[in-house]
Design a protein around this ligand. Sequence first.
Ligand code: WT7
Length: 656
Amino acid sequence: MSESTIESILQEKRLFNPPAEFSQNAQIKSLEEYQQLYDRALADPEKFWAELADQELHWFQKWDKVLDWQPPSASWFVGGKINLSYNCLDRHLTTARKDKAALIWEGEPGDTRTLTYAELHQEVCQFANVLKKLGVQKGDRIGIYMPMIPEAAIAMLACTRIGAAHTVVFGGFSAESLRDRLVDGQARVVITADGGWRKDAIVPLKVQVDKALADGSAPSVESVVVVRRAGKDVDMQPGRDYWWHEINQGVSADCPAEPMDSEDLLFVLYTSGSTGKPKGVVHTTGGYNLYTHMTTKWIFDLQENDVYWCTADVGWITGHSYVVYGPLSNGATTLMYEGAPRASNPGCFWDVIEKHGVTILYTAPTAIRAFIKMGEELPNARNLSSLRLLGTVGEPINPEAWMWYHRVIGGERCPIVDTWWQTETGGIMITALPGAIPTKPGSATLPFPGIFADIVDLEGNSVPANEGGYLAVKYPWPGMMRTLYGDRDRFRRTYWEHIPPKDGQYTYFAGDGARKDEDGYFWVMGRVDDVINVAGHRLGTMEVESALVSHPAVAEAAVVGKPDELKGEEIVAFVTLEGSYNASEELSKELKQHVVKEIGAIARPGEIRFTDALPKTRSGKIMRRLLRNVASGQELTGDTSTLEDRGVLDKLREGA
Ligand code: WT7
C-alpha cells in the first residue's frame, strides 16, 4: 500500500449502515444480534462451537471433548467422526436440494456446465473409486494441479471422501514449485489436465507435471490422472499416466464416505513465509468443516436461491474454503469461472454476473483496482441488478476502491464485507456481517463471533485504541491450522513465540500490522515480516532471493516490495553480479524469466536493480527496510547507524 493510501485509511470516517431491507431477511439481523453471539461465544467458546457443530453438521459419531488445547496444539471435537465430502454432498440428497445446482461452471471460451447436487455426488463417488483403484488409501496425499474446471472440485471432494489429503498447487506455479510441494507432501498421485485457459492462451499443465516428475525427482508419485480440457497433445507415460475419462470408464459410483476422525488430516496447502521454503499449512477435518460452514453462512448471508461467486482459484485457501467447501456444506449454488479479465474480454466478470444472475460476488482489491482503470463503461453496459452482496479479500482495500465497488458494482445497495484472514486461519476471522455490522471503507470491521482478536505489542499487551500494533488471536478456533506439515518446530516458532507465552496463555501471531479504532474496528495495514503481497498473493522475499541466486550470474540478491497502484505491491530485486557478468537490459530480462521458471509468473520481479553491494549491518544482515525506501524513492526512515558502509546506500540512491 502507498503512503497516501495509508493516510486516507487513517482519516476514513464514512460509515455505511446495513440497508434495512437487507437486514430484515439476513442470517444475522442487527448489531445487537451480533453482539449477543459474540458475548455468548466469549462466555463459553466451547459450548458456542459445540452447539453449532451439533445443529449444522452431520456427525457419524459425536465427539467426547469439544476442545483439547495443549498449546500450541489444538484438537477440536475429539473422538468425533465426520466426513467433509458427506457434509458437502450426501446430506443434501435427501432434501429438495438434490436437484438444485451445486456447481455452475463457465470456461474461458464460454462453454458452461451445471452439476446438480445429485450429479456432483455421482461424479465425486466415481472418481473416489478411481483413486481407490489406483491404490490410494486413507491418509495418503494427492497433488492437484488443475485449471478452474469442475474436475478440480470433484477431485478435492473425492479425496476428502476417502480420507486422502489433497495438496492443491496453483496452476500458475512452475514445475519446480510443483515438485517441491509434491516431494514435501510425499504425494502418491497427481491430478492435472492437458491444459487450461488463461487469458486467451493455454497453460500447459501436463508438460509442467512431466518436468516436475522428470528423472525420478518426485519418487513418491506413482500415477498421474489427466483431464482432457484444452485438447492439447500431451505425452502419456504408460503405466503412470491415465486419462480421466478413460480411467473412469465402468467404475462404480457407489462409494460411501469414510468416517474420519475429527482431527484426521484433511489437506495441506503451501504458503510463503518470511524465511526458507514454503510452509505446508495443515488443516484437519471436523473443525475446518464447521468453521468454513459457519463463516460462509453468516458472512455471505446465504439464502436458498443465491448464486454465489467467489473468483479465487482453487489453488489458494480462498478457493478451498469459499469456492468449494463452505458453499457446498451449506447446500448453496457455487459458481466457478475459469477465465480472468483479458484483452479479448475485459468485461468478462460482468458478463458472467448477468448471464448467471450472480447474487453474491467475492473478489480481491487488486481486481477491483484493475476494473477501475478499465472504466465504468464495462460494468455499466451489463445488468448487475441481481447482485445483493459484495466481498473482498487478500489485502487492505483502499477507501477509493471500496467506494467504487460500492457505487459502480453494488449500485449503492449492496453491503460490502471486507474479510481479513489467512491460509493459516482456515476461514474468515475479521469481517462485517452484512445485515448487522455498519461498514467503514478500508476496515475489515469486527471479529467473527468466537474469534478473540486483538492488537498487541510484542509482550502480548493490548495497545490502546488508534495505536498501531500486531494483529493477534488469543484463543483457539475450530478452523485454525494444526501444524506445518512435517515441521512442528517451525509452526511453534512462526506463530506462537513472537509473542512470548505468559502464564500458559498462548497468542497467535498473524504477521500483520494493524490498529483498532475507537469503535473497536480493525484496520489492517499489511505484513510486518518479509512477506510481500503481490496482487493478493503471498511471496516470501527469501523464496525470490533463492531463485535469483540460483542463476549463475547472481552473487547476492535482496528483494523488497514497492507500492504498486494495481497489484498492491510489486517486487524489486537488488542484485550483485558474479565477477564475469555485466549488468545489461538483457540480463535483467533473463533474471526475471529465471524467477518465473523457478517459482511461477506471480513472482516475476517488476524491476531488477544491479548494484555493486547491498546495504548491510555490521553483523552482515541485509537492511531491507532501507532498500524498501530506495525502491519506492522515499526518504530513508529510521536508524541507519548500524549500516556497515553508508557509501553503498548513497550509491544506490544516486542510481535511482
Ligand atoms: C495475508 C494472508 C486468506 C485470504 C487470501 C490471502 C492479507 C488478507 C485481508 C484483508 C487486509 C488482508 C494479510 C494476511 N490479507 N485479507 N481483508 N485486509 N489484509 O491469504 O495468502 O494466506 O495471505 O493477506 O496480510 O496476513 P494468504
